[in-house]
Design a protein around this ligand. Sequence first.
Ligand SMILES: NC(=O)C1=CN([C@@H]2O[C@H](COP(=O)(O)OP(=O)(O)OC[C@H]3O[C@@H](n4cnc5c(N)ncnc54)[C@H](O)[C@@H]3O)[C@@H](O)[C@H]2O)C=CC1
Ligand SMILES: CC(=O)C(=O)O
Ligand SMILES: [Mg+2]
Length: 590
Amino acid sequence: MPLPTGTQPPTSKFGHLPLSTSGPLECPCKGAVLLNHPYFNKGSAFTAEERREFQLTGLLPPNIQTLDQQVRRAYEQYSALPDDLAKNTFSTAMKEQNEVLFFKLLLDNLDEMFSVVYTPTEGDAIQNYSRGFRKPAGLFLNVHDVDRVYADMARWATADDVDYIVVTDGEEILGIGDQGCGGILISIAKLVLTTICAGIHPNRVLPVVLDCGTDNETLLNDNLYLGLKEKRVPGEKYDELVETFIKSARELYPKAYIHFEDFGLTNARRLLDEWRPKIPCFNDDVQGTGCVTLAAILSGMHVSKQKLGDLRMVVFGAGSAGVGIADQVRDAIAAERGVNKEEASKQIWLIDKPGLLTDKVQALTAAQTSYARTENWEGKQTDLLSMVREVKPNVLVGTSTVPKAFTEEVVRAMAEHVEQPIILPLSNPTRLHEAVPADVFAWTDGRALVATGSPFKPVKGPWGADGQEVEIEIAECNNSVVFPGIGLGGVLCRARLITDRMLIAAVEGVSELSPALQSDAAPLLPGADAVRRVSVRVARKVIQAAIKDGVATEQDIPTDEQELDEWIAEQMWDPVYRPLKYVEAKSAGH
Ligand SMILES: NC(=O)C1=CN([C@@H]2O[C@H](COP(=O)(O)OP(=O)(O)OC[C@H]3O[C@@H](n4cnc5c(N)ncnc54)[C@H](O)[C@@H]3O)[C@@H](O)[C@H]2O)C=CC1
Ligand SMILES: CC(=O)C(=O)O
Ligand SMILES: [Mg+2]
């Protein structure tokens, strides 16, 4: 019998692995249930044989279509929509209807759709969660029902097992602050990226929101708000919910990798520090942002022919992301220079609301304390502009959510002392960026090396030889470049823990594929066209590091690099229709 269009024959030598994507897919449903199952549904692409075997005749119009035809139709519908939020809503509906089609549409149009299914449009969708609500997706756990957490999680029945969990408490979403239970959409969006960028199986993931109330007055006053309508519950009750969630997850899905997303400043680092030594977990805002930003800085320093020993970095906005970046950069400096972390941290200046963080500033978090400057700053201005004049940084990072904080004066002051300043306005969404690339290039005569937290179009200007017009492409310095690959590595080698060495390896993986290594004028980081290649490389590096650290529990991981890449690729889910094989439904487990 010929295979349906878009299926892959089981040719891989790793086709026997449980996560292998070669060969048929076991399907426990038929008829209308199958058509309503987003993971198994093929819509008009069900073959004649499948229509007969799975009792679909009469439930579909007769013309059998290919996945490519379906994608063409979906893209036409998508393109006809009036704005990005409508396109985001359409994409959500498509995902709920047919995941292969949704992910194939996304993969074929990634450059165009990335910003619609992720930041900045996903931020708008999250803000609009309760008003745009149609159908629940994901798992909602709340601070008043801690006793029910285990049972509610056990009911998550889409898969035999769960490989990857994204959890948020909704407090500091994508730069738009406290979004309460609407945060479920960031868990879902990050999981979409793990699938599209790294082939994490979409039926083996679990998006979670921990609803602990919200301090967002707009939501509290909105009659249609769907979450707990009360101020955030802090302290012991909050910790009890987090702990019960993690312990339940470990018991029910012992292989799952837990990704923390968009927790608030007081909890993000604290929870990471508490759980990191015990379970395979990862905080994307702290560690993912740290890794991708270090990779961008390394590319920038490659172009400007400098070494980490030369780095002088000012970070504006010393929260989860800012300090996460500082940590990753500090560790890399320490390794390159062969000095301790304390010595390396002297090359980094953190600025927050009170100005420069010094040992005189009250109430620093534990993570900020190691960067508190000990020099005497009494009587001196320590605002951003003054610090740029004083420190003469060659790297300036923005993670403050303060739009336009990198003013013309600040950027020009930096460019006065540095031939190719590395300027990274990372605050999302787009409207909160500390500067926009066009301004930065105009103020530095195109000399600056820029990457941004959200996507920007290329910028044209007279910055070539003899004033020739050139177009500069801007890399997106977003944790999405790296977290999918780290997660893929962690999942495939079944890491017990996510170690520092694994994170450093991930940075190396991204750096090796940075276009700027090939050409000085190229973007500092790989773009959407390279996502899967980047994920395979990052996963390979992460797995090798996990083995070195003795935290990989999966047996029989190939040692040869090429074989390891094949082993990884074979286990990455692809948006293709596989032949379906009917199996009896399992009795209700989890
Ligand atoms: N590009 C990327 O991959 C990522 C970007 N981000 C973005 O970075 C921003 C910060 O995110 P988080 O660190 O998670 O938030 P956070 O709330 O932990 O940190 C923000 C920090 O900025 C400081 N800040 C606020 N106003 C300031 C001012 N006027 N002057 C100086 N500092 C000020 C706050 O006090 C806080 O310490 C957000 O816009 C977020 O979207 C976060 C993670 C990843
Ligand atoms: C990108 C991301 O994780 C954030 O803006 O929070
Ligand atoms: Mg985030």
